[in-house]
Design a protein around this ligand. Sequence first.
Ligand code: HMG
Ligand code: MG
Length: 299
Amino acid sequence: DLPGRVRIHEVGPRDGLQNEKTTVPTEVKAEFIRRLADAGLTTIEATSFVHPKWVPQLADAEELFPQVRDLRGVHLPVLVPNTRGLDRALALGARRLAVFASATESFAKANLNRTVEESLAVFAPVVGRAKDEGAHVRGYVSMCFGDPWEGAVPLHQVVHVCRALLDMGCDELSLGDTIGVATPGHVLELLSALNESGVPTNVIGVHFHDTYGQALANTYAALEHGVTTVDASAGGLGGCPYAKSATGNLATEDLVWMLQGLGIETGVDLGRLVATSAWMAERLGRPSPSRTLRALSHK
Ligand code: HMG
Ligand code: MG
């Protein structure tokens, strides 16, 4: 059975822009977020409080966040890798936070400069304090399906990290197919393995990158399994600077087109969303990879 409603977790301003070569002015980012909210997106990942040398594109988090934090009816999650990031985010009034773990050692090292266990040990007090402050915490798990250095990722590694994040107090998980190699059967295997280890489907979100054109098929499989939170990036922007061969996320337009056709509610106005992503593509000076955006823009 398919759900009647899906919550789209928009990651364009964070996952999308973190990987852009062009420096995007802070005002343009703020305008992007405002337009996404205006298109009906209610969860918009705004930026990351990471080390500015590691992700220069998001080094303006302190300037950007105050420009958008008072948007009404919108959750604005931000990424925090450690207590330093948590302090920065809480100081600006962030109420939704995300830590980001890895199912593989190679990516934990490349992305966080830590082993998997070391990074979990860094996250535990971050999540604990965030929860004490009444914040909502998402736990990302990267490389849930394949890893550019290690190949296919065993299910038990993913299950272990997911369990650890929930045990430390995360409210929800996001299963990252960072390099976009998952296929629907693999998605169902992982979801079942998680359920069997006591992780309920209602805390699971899915985060597909579209490298091999499987993101929508994977999403459909997850929806049939009962997942109702889907990450997507306006215009299909994005990638990950610390994972070679990672391309953009599932495009929000492509997702909304499919969900509309299935009669699943999202609250998103597709016309406004397309206009926003087309506007952003112009700012970035390159066409959007979203098929739906292209089809609707050429009408
Ligand atoms: P490190 O070099 O090990 O840091 O990096 P450290 O803890 O040794 O600290 C070194 C210095 O950095 C210190 O300064 C800290 O204060 C400072 P010093 O004392 O030398 O003057 N520092 C910070 N400054 C500002 N903000 C901070 C911060 N932390 C330390 N938060 C670190 C470790 C985690 C900081 C680094 O590896 C990092 O910033 N990584 C972020 C990588 C990243 O953002 N990747 C992209 C997001 S993940 C993703 O895209 C995947 C996802 O989309 C899901 C999927 O697709 O799979 C979520
Ligand atoms: Mg990602």
